[in-house]
Design a protein around this ligand. Sequence first.
Ligand code: 5GP
Length: 195
Amino acid sequence: MNFLEERICKDGIVKPGNVLKVDSFLNHQMDIALLDEIGREFHRRFQHKPINKILTIEASGIAIAYPVAKEFGVPLVFAKKSKSINIAGDVYTAEVESFTHKNKNQVIVSKSFLQPEDHVLIIDDFLANGCALQGLISIVEQAGATVEGLGIAIEKGFQFGGRAIRNLGYQLESLAIVDEMNAETGEIVFRKQEA
Ligand code: 5GP
């Protein structure tokens, strides 16, 4: 088991409805040493790529993306959620349905912060059905920039997002892939991955 899998086993809570709660170390209270380790691990996995920008989505993505951007020494841009339908100004937009909140948000990124020459690493905390990642990929494409890869802390492998993104040909790295989890027993089964 890697460091994140160990922590999920220790402190993660399986909730009904296929939700894994990691509020005590990632999503509410944040373990900064763990986040730094996540940053180093994504840097190790993507350091061969010419990445000059990290892109994530507010709010919980920012905590994961920050140490990654620090390791690469590049800016971090986060897509903002906007309820308004009339979005003024020079922005790229995508519609993202929230898996946890079951609502739809327009997400926006200012055109000032993504350019055609950018090589982008997309980072998020969870991957479920892939809606958030598809929205971020769409924003990078609208900018004419390049998606160099996608890094996820926790992928729920029993939902279809991961397969869909890998089928598109992207390098998708998930530090922990949960293949099964049981809300009654609390049991969590991880996919075996190469170290
Ligand atoms: P997707 O768009 O892939 O369906 O869902 C990804 C987004 O939903 C992530 O940005 C994350 O915030 C949230 N999410 C999805 N599944 C879970 C989960 O099991 N636990 C938590 N804490 N967040 C989740």
